[in-house]
Design a protein around this ligand. Structure first.
Ligand code: PBG
Length: 331
């Protein structure tokens, strides 16, 4: 008599050791990148109401934040500036003594090659209207005029010591223009991370708090429509053709299908950004007692990895690095 069922898939799940043997995906601390907010004109770190556990740091904290992340084995830090003053042109982004450029200098100094120093390259933190580019007379975002500012911003960041520039503005041609500007100025070594498939997402909500930016209108003329998957793949292919060293899908969790499609065709490493809203949802649900905080964090990160991310930007990078080092199960 033949036994039923013939194929017993539970066999390989029977014990922890059996399960460890067939774990398909792992996370390494070196593949996590920690976003860090640096605020001008404060002398102590300040909490961000919608992102419990995340801080706005004074410049004076940055060396310690970098050293601590490096010692924990985190792969990189991505710096975001919160300037004291904003204007229509986003001048603080290109100024050598702008808060972001100053923070890059301090971070590069503290990193000493142990962790990669990355910077957000976009104007929204520096403009008073909150858009990622310059506005034309009719109020639209002027693509080509913005590219000129991005090129200057890239040079300022490279001079300050950034190793990877995070191109998050979604202007057409930004990768090619920035690559050329860097190469002509002798910064061929600086790598470009293209936020290729960046969606016009409500999940960036808490980030507005973090950088204290208010947006006039919306970003739908440059960021992607959440209904579109194929277009995200097209953006990634275009950025690779323009010279991107890495491409990114953002947000991560709600766009795992796009991440999976991009990772299947990309010829460069694929990154995913688990954004502020994804962070806030888990933190706040856990505080309400609705979910197990650590298991949910681990599961969310493994899902992003499974979908094809080589590198993950996450506000939990520092904490999860400790879990990984301690050999804790992530889900
Ligand atoms: C642009 C930028 C944004 C985020 C990262 N880079 C905001 C936006 O494009 O609206 C959002 C990240 C997050 O929500 O965690 N400077």
């Amino acid at each position: 008599m033949s036994s039923f069922p013939e194929r017993r898939l539970r066999r390989t799940r029977r014990t922890p050791a059996m399960r460890r043997l067939s774990t398909e995906h792992h996370l390494a601390a070196a593949q996590l990148v920690l976003p860090v907010f640096v605020k001008e004109g404060i002398d102590a770190a300040q909490p961000i109401a919608s992102m419990p556990g995340v801080l706005q740091h004074p410049l004076e904290d940055i060396a310690a934040v970098v050293t601590d992340a490096a010692e924990a084995g985190v792969g990189g830090i991505m710096l975001f500036g919160v300037p004291a003053v904003r204007d229509a042109a986003g001048s603080g982004a290109v100024a050598e003594d702008g808060i972001l450029n100053r923070a890059i200098r301090v971070a590069a100094d503290a990193a000493r090659g142990r962790i990669t120093v990355q910077a957000d390259l976009c104007l929204d933190e520096f403009t008073d209207h909150g858009h990622c580019g310059l506005l034309a007379a009719d109020g639209s975002v002027d693509n080509d005029a913005t590219l000129e500012v991005y090129a200057r911003m890239a040079l300022a960041q490279a001079r300050a010591g950034a190793e990877i520039l995070g191109l998050s503005g979604m202007m057409d041609g930004q990768v090619a223009v920035i690559r050329r500007a860097l190469d002509e100025a002798g910064h061929a070594e600086v790598a470009l991370l293209a936020y290729s498939a960046k969606y016009a997402s409500a999940y960036y909500g808490p980030f507005r708090d973090a950088v204290e930016s208010t947006l006039q209108g919306d970003r739908r003329t440059y960021q992607l429509d959440p209904a579109n998957g194929r277009e995200g793949v097209a953006e990634a292919m275009q950025d690779i053709a323009e010279g991107a060293d890495y491409v990114m899908v953002k947000p991560a969790g709600p766009y795992l299908d796009v991440l999976s499609r991009v990772s299947e065709v990309s010829t460069v490493p694929v990154w995913a950004y688990q954004v502020s809203g994804e962070y806030a949802m888990i933190e706040l649900a856990a505080r309400a007692g609705a979910i197990d905080r650590e298991r949910t964090i681990g599961e969310s990160l493994l899902g992003i990895r499974r979908a094809g991310a080589d590198v993950i930007l996450t506000y939990w990078a520092r904490e999860v690095a400790d879990w990984i080092r301690a050999g804790k199960d992530l889900a």
